[in-house]
Ligand binder design. Structure first.
Ligand code: PEP
Length: 234
């Protein structure tokens, strides 16, 4: 069983979500499918698909105009929330400390945070990939997770760029994350790979050790692109 998570970013409508839910209703898979959609599309009638949000406030309630709390997300029936996506880190200056606070808030309301870590092109070129990944995991994961987290390794330079690291690079990164999580007492945490996953590369990526699934951006928007990823592996 693999986890196939989609990230719709700021795309789609309620209609396109209904169409996706209908298209996925009859596919034959044991994989866990999650769709992280914009807040306005969070809904309970999602058939076989698990619904998630793409961000959450670190605060419980109060004067934080425009923010959405974990409790509000949970109330919609959503079970997951992405935290620390590279676009949040880049455009909203989210640090590991902020990501950790958001993950804590999610956990407190019973949501499973999908915590993203990964290096930028500058960090990669400076030979800092392993350092950034390990500190990302150690500093973004809260202490008391009850085993209820998912990590997504997303090389930031590859997201939406049609680029992917080589299989040995993915294997090395995921092994480091698995070892780091084991050291933190979180050995069974699922680790997803994300960045430019498509129907044509999904099976090969998910055959790499310690790759427990994928986080998919662009190719999760249309059933014709998403279904081949979901059915590429059992
Ligand atoms: C993402 O945004 O998390 C992502 C992986 O995007 P893409 O698949 O489009 O590279």
């Amino acid at each position: 069983m693999k986890i196939i998570a989609g990230n719709w970013k700021m795309n789609g409508t309620r209609n396109t979500l209904s169409e996706m839910i209908a298209a996925l209703e009859h596919i034959d898979t044991e994989n866990r499918v999650i769709l992280c959609v914009p807040y306005t599309m969070l809904c309970t009638n999602s058939g076989k698909i698990n619904i998630g949000a793409q961000d959450v406030s670190a605060h419980d309630h109060g004067a934080y105009t425009g923010e959405i709390s974990a409790k509000m997300i949970a109330e919609t029936g959503a079970k997951y929330v992405i935290v620390g996506h590279s676009e949040r880190r880049q455009y909203h200056n989210e640090t590991n400390a902020i990501v950790r606070a958001k993950a804590s808030a999610a956990l407190a309301s019973g949501l499973t945070p999908i915590i993203c870590v990964g290096e930028t092109m500058d960090e990669k070129q400076a030979g800092k990939t392993m350092e950034i990944i390990e500190s990302g995991v150690r500093e973004s994961v809260p202490d008391d997770t009850n085993g209820n987290i998912i990590i997504a390794y997303e090389p930031r330079w590859a997201i939406g760029a049609g680029l992917t690291p080589s299989a040995p690079e993915i294997a090395t990164a995921h092994e480091l994350i698995a070892n780091t999580l084991t050291d933190m007492g979180l050995a069974n945490t699922p680790i997803l790979y994300g960045a430019s996953v498509k129907g044509t590369n999904a099976a090969q990526i998910m055959s790499i050790p310690h790759v427990d699934g994928v986080l998919v951006g662009g190719a999760s928007l249309k059933p014709d692109d998403f279904i081949p990823i979901i059915t590429s592996t059992k």
